[in-house]
Design a protein around this ligand. Sequence first.
Ligand code: HEM
Length: 163
Amino acid sequence: MSKDDHALMEASLIALGDAHDGMAAELFERYIAAHPHYAPVFIHPEAAQERMTRETLEAMMGQAAGEWWVESTVINFVDLHNNYADFTSEDYREWFDLTIDTMAKRTGNDWPKGASAAWQRQANRLVEMITRIGRVPLSGLQLAHTQQQIERKAHRDSGDDTE
Ligand code: HEM
């Protein structure tokens, strides 16, 4: 858990405020301008850009808070994307970088000092996770993750909350 990063990221989202409206469209436009070859793989870009942006922010916030669901979320979106094209971890890294840059630019002077670095640290950890996931067959990873969740639940149900 990166408590300081999480607090700073939360403050920056509050600073972003209404400038969040329209951010997904701008982010998507900037990404496609830099990667025009990916434009044709989007079938429903309007719906996808909103969900992609929201889930990207959630994954970074969740990672900073040390949430248990981050890994399964990442496994799920990497798996989902495999249906569309062969994306690399570099593609994800650029998407995260652009997300952070777009938020900071839209917020302007109110963007808290150090906020971009805090988001970036979480993005880096997610890119590491994406790289690791990319090397392991998904079915095996998913199974291992489910088993881990079952064990954790059994542990909690037994009344022992030390993990
Ligand atoms: C952390 C990064 C990302 C997250 C969390 C994410 C999340 C998502 C989600 C939730 C969807 C489903 C949208 C829907 O069905 O409505 C989606 C679709 C998609 N994403 Fe991402 N995405 C990420 C990065 C990327 C990157 C880097 C690309 C590269 C081009 C990409 C390409 C796509 C495509 C092609 C679709 C299908 C959209 C369509 O049917 O029009 N995503 N993404």
